[in-house]
Design a protein around this ligand. Sequence first.
Ligand SMILES: C[S@@+](CC[C@H](N)C(=O)[O-])C[C@H]1O[C@@H](n2cnc3c(N)ncnc32)[C@H](O)[C@@H]1O
Length: 252
Amino acid sequence: MRIAYEIVGSREKSVAIIGSDVKNPKKAAEEIMQRHKAVLSVLQKTDKRQGKFRLHPSRLIKGKRDTEVVHKENGYLIKVDPRKSYFSPREATERQRIVEKVKGDENVLVMFSGVAPFAIAIAKKHPHTKITCVEMNLEAVKYAVKSVHLNRLTNVKNICWDVRKSRNLGIFDRIIMPLPETAIEFIDVAVLHSKKGTIIHLYGFSKGFAELEKKVKEKAKIYNFKYKIVGRQKVLPFSPGVSKNRLDIKVL
Ligand SMILES: C[S@@+](CC[C@H](N)C(=O)[O-])C[C@H]1O[C@@H](n2cnc3c(N)ncnc32)[C@H](O)[C@@H]1O
């Protein structure tokens, strides 16, 4: 039986998540738990991600109700309950791409930071960076704070707030905007926290880069800022013909 699933967690305790299209979820769950001894719970997605917190509605198919795990990725730990906050292990490669772009002592803002995987990945590799995270799901922020301690980091600050209402966050060298559905609607907030030379990593779902670049052009006209696109990255496929894409925008 071929089943598509993703695993969040570690060799001690993991959760497997199967798609809503799996016809015999009980059998699938049994097979997964046999294959992976650390999988103690199997969840099935019941719908697309939804709401402001971008959560996947799901139901427990088999195993323990407690789905809190510590995910191990590239030498750092992410504490998370996938039922309470957004987290995607599939984005590990993209996190590393961003880590490689960061220079030693940057001041970084992560908007829409979730359980803070971008921040932790950056902070672990670059101990002299200062990273500010803004996330409005309190459950996600609680996990982010726990992960900061788990990884013994001192350079990550977590703020639980709506980033549009946040004032005095400071001015940053780099701003990460990982909310592909609507990040473009917050580009004015990013520009407000930028200086000449700031790099903004904007994520969006689009058929190609041109669609996303057109939106940036329109916003730049409205908010009167000058910029240059210095990088383009296809991150992951999303739906037929549509990908999650990233534009790297340098503020001029
Ligand atoms: C797609 S998830 C990404 C989470 C995290 N950056 C990651 O890569 O795992 C987007 C997150 O943005 C948060 N969010 C949405 N609107 C927000 C806002 N206006 N201010 C702060 N956080 C917001 C959601 O709660 C969600 O956790």
